[in-house]
Design a protein around this ligand. Structure first.
Ligand code: UDP
Length: 384
């Protein structure tokens, strides 16, 4: 009999859905026809107005409104405020969510969103579902306390640093496994070579390709960076992903580009784009960075969402896996420098990025959800 797995998430950025999709793909790959999967944006679909409108504010908060976002992030890290907000959301949203949970009748529940752990577990238990509840943390380094609910069945985190933070918030270490960030299997399997992929994508076979991404919502200075590269690094070609940001895509399409340039909206072939690429310019999104590590791509981080992405910048710099620059002219200068023939630092960074890769994350998470052993043991702190 098939078991039903319910993923609780919300589309604040592209990373939570990408993680749920990647784990689902791994489950279907390892256990064909054994699991039925439901991915629910519980915040938008199952809460009343005005709570359901909150995720719509995220692209603005994470881009132009970062001061407000940081304030929200810091304030909700304080236990009394966090508990007050959780209690309010619990009560306001309870009726619809309980109805949804009782209709769905999951056998396993997985949260891939910071707002769905304490709240999610409470709703699930209140709905009378005595089923395993897992957390998959999708923030790489800086973990907000809302992620960590010690009462869950098990918690999976992307890095050792995230595991140490989870322990400091009260997660028992035997409930923790460091798995990495779940990414599509195509990043590690069925990968084509660069020349073939470029041919399939219809992009220039020789020119160095610079991929510019601003997460799922196309945030940050994507346009300015692309323009600076076009003006100062004429030997390259640009692959620009605007994600769900329609205004950005339109603005990019209105330019008469002086070099080969490919503009995309929300793509579902990021593995191919990364295979075809030489250098990635991105905000410090954990999903995109983890995909770049697996693809062995050197990264220029062009910005970060304050709060949850701040630690990712240090992580990349401390491991010498890329550079950080927010000024478009400076980014263009770094790209020019990196593209100097035989640049040994570029090769070193590519190797360092590859060392940070955890290509088995999705498969390991799928195994844990299915109750199978994984290759890694539960988290053991190095220094204790
Ligand atoms: N992504 C995608 N298509 C796009 C843009 C982004 O599939 O057009 C994916 C990207 O590959 C990554 C995720 O969305 O898996 C973005 O996650 P990240 O953590 O980098 O940033 P977020 O959007 O969550 O802020």
């Amino acid at each position: 009999m098939t078991k039903r797995i319910l993923f609780l998430m919300s589309d604040t950025g592209g990373g939570h859905r990408a993680a749920a999709n990647a784990i689902s793909e791994a489950i279907h790959h390892l256990y064909p026809n054994q699991f039925d999967i439901v991915i629910e944006d519980i915040w938008v679909n199952d809460t009343p107005w005005p709570i359901r409108r909150l995720p719509r504010a995220y692209p603005w908060l994470a881009d132009s409104g970062t001061r407000w976002w940081l304030l929200f992030w810091q304030v909700t890290a304080r236990p009394p405020i966090r508990k007050g907000m959780m209690n309010t959301a619990y009560v306001l949203a309870r009726r619809r969510i309980l109805k949804f949970l009782r209709q769905t009748q999951p056998d396993i529940v997985v949260s891939v969103h910071p707002a769905m752990n304490h709240l999610g577990l409470r709703w699930v238990r209140r709905a009378g579902l005595n089923v395993p509840f897992y957390t998959v943390v999708t923030d790489m380094v800086t973990v907000h306390p809302t992620w960590i609910c010690p009462e869950v069945t098990h918690c999976m985190v992307p890095t050792e640093i995230a595991a140490a933070t989870a322990i400091s918030y009260g997660m028992p270490r035997e409930k923790l496994t460091v798995v990495g960030q779940p990414v599509q299997l195509k990043f590690t399997q069925q990968k084509g070579d660069k020349a073939t992929t470029r041919r399939q994508l219809g992009i220039h076979p020789q020119r160095p390709a610079i991929l510019i991404v601003g997460g799922g919502d196309g945030i940050g200075r994507v346009y300015d960076i692309a323009r600076a590269l076009a003006s100062h690094v004429p030997q390259v070609q640009l692959l620009i992903v605007a994600g769900r940001n329609k205004a950005l895509k339109q603005k990019l399409e209105g330019v008469n580009w002086e070099l080969p340039t490919h503009i995309f909206g929300f793509v579902d072939n990021m593995p191919d784009l990364m295979t075809a690429t030489d250098i990635l310019v991105t905000k410090a999104g954990p999903g995109t960075l983890s995909e770049a590590f697996i693809s062995g791509l050197p990264v220029i981080i062009s910005g970060f969402v304050p709060g949850q992405e701040a630690g990712n910048v240090d992580y990349v710099l401390e491991n010498d896996a890329g550079a950080f620059a927010t000024d478009p002219q400076e980014i263009a200068r770094i790209v020019r420098d990196w593209l100097q023939p035989g640049n040994p630092h570029l090769q070193q960074m590519t190797a360092n990025a590859a060392k940070l890769a955890r290509p088995n994350a999705s498969l390991d998470i799928a195994r844990i959800l299915a109750g199978q052993p994984v290759s890694q043991s539960a988290f053991q702190p190095v220094s204790q």
